[in-house]
Ligand binder design. Structure first.
Ligand code: NAD
Length: 330
């Protein structure tokens, strides 16, 4: 691990969130962005990469592997980057398509002998369950893995965990999100994974859709996705944290893929009974001006920093956004 002041950070996946993550990191003093990988290549510079140049290369040529002079083209970009780079922690901004992909990437880290901190913004309950199955292996490998650390799950789950403290008994946690993005191509995996939640779809079906098919589908819905009773890991995370059972947690929302304005204000409502017998609801609402990227990447790095603090103390294994406080990255 580098000095306490500067953590060397890598980003796996260089799409919408991966690129936004580099901009979030740019003004930070405590974290240096040194590595990234996408499907076709990777880039590494131990003294730091430049976001603008990297993003321009990705848009013009389709892979960060073309970045001069630090990029390398590869069909095994994660494996090759792991063999090459000195990185303290990675943000996994990868698509979880298929639904087993993130757990496979975690196994790849374990097999490589790498030690450090990983953070993801995984969404599905079943994906977090797969990581739970390898928590001992992560611990033995010396990896501190922070899962479910985006917006939802992530920021809103953590807010629910804090809000729950007013109550003796939790009755319901209701998460409602509004996302507005100017065009779906900026966040292909996010939109495919959201489509997978709609009636008549599943993860494999959404993964198999071509870009033209996604486009045609969005034409039918005017670019709007309305999602209800989603399989979202906020439920298992709050259950693991001992706050409520997973069937008391509901997640739904509206995504507008043609307008950066949020179609509704993202919020979490936590209903419970106090020790005096009063039933009440706390509501935590995100500012409408904050983007999905800000609400995912900010918390992800906050949890990465918290993960570094655990790792330095020899605490390894799997942790969720509902059981650890994020640290603020300066
Ligand atoms: P995207 O489609 O814009 O980009 C994905 C990137 O991953 C691309 O650069 C692609 O080249 C790369 N990639 C794909 N397969 C790869 C492989 N095998 N090896 C290396 N790189 C590979 O994705 P996005 O829209 O930024 O979403 C990323 C993830 O973030 C999704 O899983 C999404 O569900 C999740 N997300 C979570 C939250 C949350 O609040 N928890 C919110 C939004 C998105």
């Amino acid at each position: 691990m580098s000095t306490n002041q500067t953590m060397k950070v890598g980003i796996l996946g260089f799409g919408g969130l991966g690129q936004a993550a580099t901009k979030v990191l740019a003004p930070k003093q405590e974290m240096d962005w040194v590595a990234a990988a996408d499907l076709k290549g990777y880039a590494y510079c131990e003294t730091g990469l430049e976001p603008q140049k990297a993003i321009a290369t990705y848009h013009q040529q389709g892979s960060i592997g073309y970045l001069e002079p630090h990029g390398t083209l590869s069909n095994h970009s994660i494996k090759n980057l792991l063999e090459t780079a000195q990185v303290d922690g990675y943000f996994l901004a990868l698509p979880n398509l298929p639904n087993t992909f993130m757990a496979d990437v975690a196994r790849q880290f374990i097999a490589s002998g790498w030690k450090g901190v990983l953070v993801d913004a995984l969404k599905r309950t079943s994906a977090v369950e797969q990581l739970l199955q390898i928590r001992r292996e992560l611990e033995t490998a010396g990896i501190t893995y922070m899962t479910g650390c985006g917006a939802t799950p992530g920021l809103l789950t953590a807010a629910a965990a804090v809000a729950a403290q007013s109550y003796h008994e939790i009755h319901q946690v209701k998460i409602t999100f509004g996302v507005g993005i100017a065009n779906w191509e900026a966040y292909r995996a996010t939109i495919r994974e959201d489509i997978a939640h709609l009636p008549g779809f599943n993860v494999d079906k959404a993964k198999a859709m071509s870009d033209a098919e996604v486009e045609a589908f969005l034409d039918q819905t005017n670019g709007i996705l309305t999602l209800e009773n989603m399989e979202h890991a906020d439920d298992i995370m709050l259950e693991l944290a001992g706050i409520c059972s997973r069937d008391q947690v509901t997640v739904g929302g509206v995504v507008d893929t043609r307008n950066p304005k949020k179609p509704l204000s993202t919020n979490v409502q936590i209903t419970g009974r106090t020790f005096e017998g009063k039933i009440s609801t706390h509501t935590f609402t995100l500012g409408d001006e904050t983007s999905m990227a800000a609400n995912v990447c900010g918390p992800a790095f906050g949890y990465l920093k918290a993960g570094f603090s655990l790792h330095r103390r020899g605490i390894h294994g799997l942790f969720t956004a509902a059981e650890i406080m994020p640290h603020f990255v300066r």
